[in-house]
Write a protein that binds this ligand. Sequence first.
Ligand code: URA
Length: 200
Amino acid sequence: MSELSELYEAIARCQKCALARTRTHTVPGEGPEGAKIMFIGEAPGFHEDKQGRPFVGAAGQFLEQLLASINMRRDQVVIANVIKCRPPGNREPLPDEIEACRPFLDRQLEIIKPKVIITLGRFSMARFFPDASISRIHGQPAKRDGYVVIPMFHPAAALHQPRYRSLIEEDFRKIPAILAELDRVADEQPPAQPEQLSLF
Ligand code: URA
């Protein structure tokens, strides 16, 4: 069994917080181990809890449209969440729930080793930029914990608020250039000079 499947089985057995008592399914995430991009959302909602899959409701459809706008499909990326079980009534995740789930997200990152992490919304942004304001830093790649992380608005917020919608659409359009720049730097001989990392 792959390391990722082992991790997802451990998540399915998890009883570390009260969400274990109200969930239908755990929602560990999905996507190939070698994916270059990993999206991290907030928490499973109603449909995700029923199906055990992330971003399958309205926000997920919008995420798929955003991916299509840069010629990508969801099966080419990893999609996960900060917490792996649905908070009742879709309330925001509580600090102790985020803390209990954190080792799972850390391990997921360690196994997948994405080139780029895209945080969706403020809870996943806070994992890498604890005191930042999303309005100030969205769409700007930064190196955090050895990853290039791009904070973006949550697609659910963007669906309901037109001003966020155009911002997330604009931020998505930057992804291909960022990936190309990372490939260019990785191919660089001799090893990259500081100025070659100008994007970050
Ligand atoms: N919103 C999230 O943050 N994650 C999901 O999986 C679905 C909706």
